[in-house]
Write a protein that binds this ligand. Sequence first.
Ligand code: ADP
Ligand code: MG
Length: 247
Amino acid sequence: MAKISIKNLNVFYKNIQALKNINLDVETNEILGIIGPSNSGKSSLLQVINRLSEMNNSKVTGEILLDNESIFSLPINSLRKRVGLIFATPTVLPGSIYKNVTYGPKLHKKFKKSELDELVYFALNTADLWNEVKDRLQESASKLSGGQQQRLCIARILALKPEVIMMDEPCSGLDPISTAKIESTMVSLKDKYTFILVTNNTKQAARVSSRVAFFLSGEMIEIDKTEKMFTNPKDKRTNDYISGRFG
Ligand code: ADP
Ligand code: MG
């Protein structure tokens, strides 16, 4: 059974159709890479899966199932706890590193102090940030570098014990070392979570994805195993994009 099953999905903004009849299954424990040039609908796809589309006056038709249940009938807080979204620009909360990690979980249930400490260690360590911040957990998160802030955003999502982690060009503003840390974190976690990685960096998709989907002008042109996609794509437009002829 697919973790997420998208059926006949259309997303319309006022006079633009951002997604056109998308049919796509995201398998449990895969890293699905989504590539394509700007304006191909990649961000719209992640946003509708998180139901952020409800905040921007878009019209959505079709169905999205999470474990065979419509996301549109789930309580929104439960959906967003189960399916986390990381944005291109890291957005830390005002306040300490510790508070950034504990804020979300505390909205969902009560914890003892020792449980929170454990959760903070788990999330920061899993996001490959613990060693860099363990001596300054009470300092402001905004003092961290961009790459550290993005790993803190990942830690915040991990602290919610999600099932699916979606990332929208998570490394686009980051240095190569932070990028490598985020990529290795994803690969090391893929047996426990399902990832959807939108990236404008085809090499990144090639490095970490199990499968890759190519989007263009709101259509899903092609989806295949990563190696097949990058060596022998079916569609000429995929080939033109991955070989750098446009985009
Ligand atoms: P990508 O992430 O691949 O760059 P987007 O999903 O952001 O693509 O955009 C797809 C199309 O939808 C583009 O033409 C974009 O201008 C349009 N679009 C995206 N968000 C909005 C919005 N909130 N209001 C109106 N149009 C939007
Ligand atoms: Mg985008």
